[in-house]
Design a protein around this ligand. Sequence first.
Ligand SMILES: [Zn+2]
Length: 122
Amino acid sequence: VHELSIARNIVSIVTQVAQEENSPRVCVIHLEVGELSCLVPSALEFAFEVAAQGSPAEGAKLHFKHLPVMVFCHTCDKEVALPSAQRFRCPLCDEPTSDLRSGRELEIARVELEDRAACANC
Ligand SMILES: [Zn+2]
């Protein structure tokens, strides 16, 4: 995973959000990260600090929410969350499954912006 290119991407997205909302600064960025994304949060935080310099996102905090790996089990006929990304077996019936439904995502779930009212997170 190239953390710096991901960080630049995040900075450009949240900068656009801040401009659209007429906000001078981004306070907190909530990210949703799948267990299989191979992302190293500390590496991304470091890359983000570098990428955000001079932008409205400078000094913003990153919050990570880890999403479980979801697979579809054809035996149980439903989507189930894997307790471990190392073991691709249904936790209910123990059948092997490779029908991956989610777990690789890296998404910006929410952006907290500074506005004229006091921001609780700054
Ligand atoms: Zn099953």
